[in-house]
Design a protein around this ligand. Structure first.
Ligand SMILES: [Zn+2]
Ligand SMILES: [Zn+2]
Length: 111
């Protein structure tokens, strides 16, 4: 099921894509610039199997892209009705605050 008004359903390839399969994809978040796993269907509560699959995929991409120090952030701040989760590097909030959150700086890497 897809919602034509939902950004995550449209899934424009404007950032780097790290992984995709029939259940989910992992792409850099346009807002945060960190890898984000997105469920292929529109909804906030995927089956448990899909959730564990997505977390495992995000974990693998996070290790590849960010190294060892990151955490899975399952809080859906921007789009609460479509399941997604971020892999955030340690100190992400600290970096965000000290950089004064440049609007629209999609995918920019700190440093
Ligand atoms: Zn984000
Ligand atoms: Zn959606």
């Amino acid at each position: 099921m897809k919602d034509p008004a939902c950004d995550l359903c449209i899934a424009e390839r404007i950032t780097t894509w790290h992984h995709e399969d029939e259940h989910c994809f992992v792409a850099d978040c346009e807002v945060c610039g960190v890898p984000m796993v997105v469920w292929r269907s529109h909804g906030s509560a995927p089956p448990e199997d899909d959730v564990s699959h997505m977390i495992a995929v995000l974990q693998a991409v996070g290790e590849r892209v960010l190294g060892e120090s990151f955490r899975i952030d399952p809080v859906m701040r921007q789009i609460p009705d479509h399941f997604h989760a971020h892999a955030r590097p340690s100190g992400w909030w600290f970096k965000r605050f000290t950089h004064h959150a440049v609007p629209g700086a999609g995918g920019a890497s700190p440093g």
